[in-house]
Design a protein around this ligand. Structure first.
Ligand code: AP5
Ligand code: MG
Length: 214
């Protein structure tokens, strides 16, 4: 299965990808996580990407597509993948169709007004990478799973969130039409898009995604 999670920042792509990738037995590939790891390790890609992530803007397509091309060539992708946060532009979608076309694209829909509080309240574990919301934590500094230290992502500040949402609407939302097969530049004709309501409890979103895939 080759699957994509589309959706705005804070839609729950990462939260859902953990369970769905385990269920399907395919690797969860998050370009955001790959960039954050590259920044931490100060690789050439990380040094190039840092200013874009800090500003809430998309990293240039040439850098992102090269990174994903290399990742999809690895052995664990032989039976498919679950891509979270890629593609994010029509040019990235065209490149992916040429590298290894997805079978299904799930758009996790959450209205903008719900996203701000999800993002400002998000905390991530520095040790196990678990993602939580402060409303569900007894101690907002300590991971309830592994005891690691929780941190707030650099780009989860209100001013950066606004830029990320703008980037989503201007550059990523056109992918909804692309995957319906409506874009003139399309490589694949068929409608590969399914929409799932992401504005409900995480366990209900999970059930809706599995129902869509059946
Ligand atoms: P990336 O890391 O992909 O960030 P994003 O797309 O902005 O999405 P998020 O990770 O913020 O949200 P999510 O949907 O994963 O939500 P989550 O599950 O965490 O990208 C970061 C940056 O990297 C980009 O800005 C760009 O610079 C660069 N980049 C990455 N990919 C790129 C690409 N292809 N091209 C160019 N640049 C790229 O959930 C959020 C919060 O909500 C959590 O607190 C969670 O606990 C909570 N939550 C989750 N589900 C629910 C629910 N159902 N109900 C209530 N709360 C929920
Ligand atoms: Mg994410």
């Amino acid at each position: 299965m080759k699957l994509i999670f589309l959706g705005p920042p804070g839609a729950g792509k990462g939260t859902q990808a953990v369970g769905v990738s385990a269920h399907l037995g395919v690797p969860h590939i998050s370009t955001g996580d790959m960039f954050r790891m590259a920044i931490k390790n100060q690789t050439p890609t990380g040094l190039e990407a840092k200013r874009y992530l800090d500003a809430g803007q998309l990293v240039p397509d040439s850098v992102t597509i090269a990174m994903v091309r290399e990742r999809l060539g690895m052995d664990d992708c032989a039976n498919g993948y679950l891509l979270d946060g890629f593609p994010r532009t029509v040019d990235q979608a065209i490149a992916l169709d040429q590298i290894s076309a997805p079978d299904t694209v799930i758009d996790i829909f959450v209205p903008d007004e719900r996203l701000q509080s999800r993002l400002t309240g998000r905390r991530v574990c520095g040790k196990c990478q678990g993602t939580f919301h402060i409303s569900k934590l007894d101690d907002e500094h300590t991971c309830p799973i592994c005891g690691g230290e929780l941190y707030q992502r650099n780009d989860d500040k209100p001013e950066t969130i606004a830029t990320r949402l703008q980037a989503y609407h201007e550059q990523t939302e056109p992918l909804i039409d692309y995957y319906k097969g409506n874009d003139k530049r399309r490589v694949v004709e068929e409608n590969r898009l399914k929409t799932v309501d992401g504005d409900c409890k995480p366990e209900d979103v999970f059930k809706a995604i599995l129902a869509t895939l059946e």
